[in-house]
Structures are given as C-alpha cells and as structure tokens.
Design a binder for this molecule. Structure first.
Ligand SMILES: [Zn+2]
Length: 513
C-alpha cells in the first residue's frame, strides 16, 4: 500500500478544512483543528496547533500567542474561568459562535491529541454546543468539545492534609489528578514521572495541601462520570448534596473545576486522570479511534472492552496505582484498589481484574445478570429515571461499586493506601436530559446518597478525619438544541478523497489504493 507524501497530506487536509469550515455547516461545526510543522521558530518543538471555522483561522503558539491568518480569531478566549459565576452559564447556555465561547489551554490540548505516531487523526472536527445528532449516537446532553463547559469537571479536595478553604475561584487540569492522588498517598516528588522517567503533563496540587504526608496515608479518589461542575457546586450550596457539602466543609472546591483533555470524552480522560498525561502520550485518543499501524478501529469505551484498557496504553504510560505501589511495601491486603474503572493497570484490587478472571468473552457486557436489581436501590430518588436503560444499568453498577467500597474498607487496618471509586450514573443522567434537567439532578442526588452512605460507613469505623479525598469527573456537559441537526458527511463525500471519519470527528486521510 502506498503512503501519502507530506505535500499530499497537506493539500488534502486543506480541502477537508475548507469543506468543513463552509458557512453552510456553521450551525453544526464549531471548530476544525489540526497540527502543522512550525515554520516560525523552534519554541513549539517544531509543531504548531491550528484552528479554523467559517469565521477565520488561527495559529496557536504554546507561549499563548494567537497568530490570526485569516478573518477573525475563532478562539477569541482561552479563559478557564469563563461563564463564572454559575449564573452566567445558566443565562447563556450553548454559545452560538466560537467567538462567544472559551477554549482553555487550546494549544497544548490540541498538540497532545495530534502527538501519537499512528493513532492521531489528520484533522479533528468539533460539534457546536447546540448540535443534536442522534443518528450518530448523540444525546440531549453532550460532551467531547475543547470548549470550557464540556471540559470543566468538578475538582474537590477534602479531609486530612487539605486546607479548609471552601469554594475558591480557581481551576486545575484533570492531568493534575493522578500526581495529586500519588502525592497525597506519600509518593515523593522524584517518583512522580512516567514509565521512562520523563515528567508528567500534570502536577500535584500542593497549593491546597498542608505539605505533610503521613506514613499511614489513606487516600480515596472518587469520579462521578460527567458530573457537571457548576450544577454540582450549586446543588451542594443549596443543601441538595449533603455528601458533597460535607467534603467542601472540610476542604476546598475549585469553582473553575478541572480542565479535561481534548477530546473531552470518557476513556481519554479517565486515562489522563490516572496517568497524569495527555492522550498524545498515553495513547487512548478517544472513545473510538483508528490505529494506522494495525489497521484496527479501536473502541476502548465499551462494556465489552473496558477490561482490556491496558492493551492500548503506550509504553511511557504509568498508572497512579503503579506509582503508589512503587513506594508502598507489599502486604496481605491491597495497597491500591480500583473500583468500577477501566484504567486499572497495576492496582492490587480491581473490578476489571475480576471481569478478566471471570472468563466472560464479552467482558462486563456478559455479566449484567450478576448486577443487583435497580428497582431495589435505596439510593434512587425517582423510579421513573429507570425508564432510561443507561440510567438503570448505571444504578446497578454504582450500587455494586458502593458494595465493593464497603468491603475494601471493612477495617481501617486492611483498607488500601489508595482507593479509586468510579461511578457512572451521573453520565447517564446528563446524557438523558442535559445539565440542570430533572434526571441529571437526580443522578447527582443518587450519587450523593451513595457517598453519604460510604462516609457514614467511615464514621462507624471512626476514621473519616484520617482520610484524604479527591472528587472529580472526566468531562462536563452542555445541552443540545433539538432544532440544530445535520451532518458534515456529505461535505466530506463531495471531496472524493479517501478518508475515514471515526466518531465522527476524527478524520484520517488514507492512501489512494
Ligand atoms: Zn464520561
């Protein structure tokens, strides 16, 4: 099979960009992004991030410079604190153009997506916040964009060793989560690196920690998949999420949350959270991507493939479980535990390991009959939410997750140094109704009820104030508009260029034969 020359790639990419930035598609295509060789100096390591829309085109330098090449700068703001306080987001949901939106860390996040040698696309296309595309798997609530709201996840630190500051006007990045968990668990600075000794993309959030790292540290990281940062803090402040409010009372919550990696999708960010690096280094480029080296379409975010996540990690990736186990001596009970999480490599206890050991040929998808009954869940606020099949399954999985947490924490002596607890029903609630909908808020209330149960379990052991907590999510959410429909597929087909569009949104140019 022939390969495309650099000049062919460049020319064909231009055709793709021109087609996708046509004003006909302005309602559904927010931005088109790619990476070029930098002819303007070496400060960006030879590569430079590009973004374009029907409004114009910009070259994004890593030092923050925006070099506008055509028309208006389509990335007018990179403010990670945009649409705050929360009233501003509620008053202006779904910005109509990219000039009314914000894209934090645009250059570094785009560069990371395009840094994998064989899995990065040639061009990535971003839906507008309002685009509704059920024919391609889209929902009422969506995420995946580089924009600030879909990229904003909650970021809470609480408990032992954390400064009691309450809600503060700050932000972090999701790549900071792994290093922070490791630091809180006692991993020294010089051991916070990837598998080949290079620095991580993220850094421990030491500004919120008191600097002590107790010999018997116990750290619990909690992920509420897709939990909307603004609404979570709002509901906690209005008394609807007593578990979250309790964590904030004994710690700090960042109003600007944690900024996800791009694309702001689940498996990419679970992997970034648990390795401290962007997708261009860990290799999980999206929930669906194509690998030119193997000719394989990889679908890592699927019930039948979650237990195989380690197969897609690039050699430099090192999980937080591996970091913690490198400094904690082996013992009879697990040092690290990973509950209901795909990215589990190295954890002494892991739900996915149980699934691998079960012999199920279709992974978790083949084990649904072993889940508890959703209708019997004591954490469910509204039984009509179970009409949504994803919500119903999430209720079952999250109840089983809480059971595992209580077993792992049967006694303080046998509890892991680091416990990671991933919960999913919040993603189901937000997909079904979008942020602030009844079902999205129910999903936060249900998750909070499980959190309260677990905190009460720790209270019963008398150890709650000896534990350090971090609570986050993998991405945010925006609500689509049922009137904004359509597809860019016909615009690509009209080019008659061989390509694949995975997702859709990841465009891979292919050789002619
Ligand atoms: Zn997710």
């Amino acid at each position: 099979m022939s390969t495309l020359s650099v000049a062919q790639v460049s020319a064909r990419r231009e055709s793709v960009v021109a087609a996708l930035t046509s004003s006909d598609l302005a309602a559904i295509v927010d931005l088109v992004v790619w990476v070029e060789v930098d002819d303007g100096g070496s400060a960006d390591g030879g590569r430079v991030a590009m973004a374009a829309s029907h409004l114009g085109r910009v070259r994004l330098h890593q030092d923050g410079r925006h070099e506008v090449l055509l028309g208006l700068d389509p990335i007018a703001s990179e403010d990670p604190m945009a649409f705050l306080p929360y009233d501003l987001e509620c008053a202006s949901p779904g910005p109509l153009t990219s000039r009314d939106n914000a894209y934090p860390y645009a250059a570094s996040r785009i560069l990371s997506l395009f840094a994998d040698p064989t899995r990065s696309p040639d061009v990535a296309v971003m839906h507008t916040p309002r685009h509704f595309f059920p024919e391609e798997g889209g929902h009422t609530g969506e995420h995946g964009s580089l924009d600030v709201i879909q990229s904003r996840a909650p970021m809470l630190l609480s408990g032992r060793g954390v400064a009691s500051l309450g809600v503060v006007d700050g932000h972090a990045r999701l790549v900071d989560v792994g290093p922070t968990l490791a630091a809180m668990a006692g991993v020294p600075d010089d051991a916070l690196h990837d598998a080949v000794g290079d620095p991580l993309d993220g850094a421990a959030l030491t500004e919120y920690l008191d600097g002590t790292s107790p010999a018997n540290a116990k750290v619990i990281g909690i992920l509420w998949d897709g939990a909307h940062c603004g609404d979570l803090l709002h509901l906690a402040e209005t008394g609807e999420l007593p578990g979250i409010a309790r964590l904030i009372d004994h710690g700090v919550a960042l109003r600007g949350g944690g900024v996800a990696q791009f694309p702001s999708v689940t498996l990419t960010n679970h992997t970034s959270i648990l390795t401290g690096m962007g997708p261009g280094r860990h290799g999980v480029l999206g929930n669906v991507f194509y690998d030119r080296a193997t000719g394989e379409r990889v679908v890592p975010n699927n019930a039948s493939t979650w237990h195989r996540s380690a197969e897609w990690l690039r050699p430099a990736a090192r999980t937080v479980f591996e970091m913690v186990n490198s400094v904690v001596p082996q013992m009879d009970s697990p040092r690290t535990a990973c509950v209901n999480e795909a990215v589990d490599r190295g954890a002494d206890y892991s739900t996915m390991a149980k699934i691998r050991d079960s012999g199920s040929t279709s992974g978790a998808a083949g084990l649904d009959d072993q889940l508890p009954d959703a209708k019997g869940s004591i954490h469910l606020h509204d039984t009509t939410d179970l009409d949504d099949s994803y919500y119903s399954w999430g209720t079952q999985v999250d109840d089983l997750g809480l059971e595992q947490m209580q077993e792992l924490w049967a006694s303080p002596e046998s509890a892991p140094t680091l416990t990671w607890w991933s919960c999913v029903v919040s993603d189901a609630g937000h997909h079904a109704g979008g942020p602030r909908s009844d079902i999205a808020r129910d999903s936060l209330r249900d998750s909070d009820s499980r959190l309260v149960s677990f905190l009460e379990h720790l209270d019963g052991l008398g150890v709650t104030d000896q534990v350090t907590f971090l609570l986050t999510a993998d991405h945010g959410f925006e609500g689509s508009d049922a009137a904004v429909t359509g597809s860019w597929a016909h615009a690509l087909e009209a080019l008659a260029i061989p390509l694949r569009d995975e997702g859709p949104g990841f465009i891979y140019l292919l050789p002619d034969d």
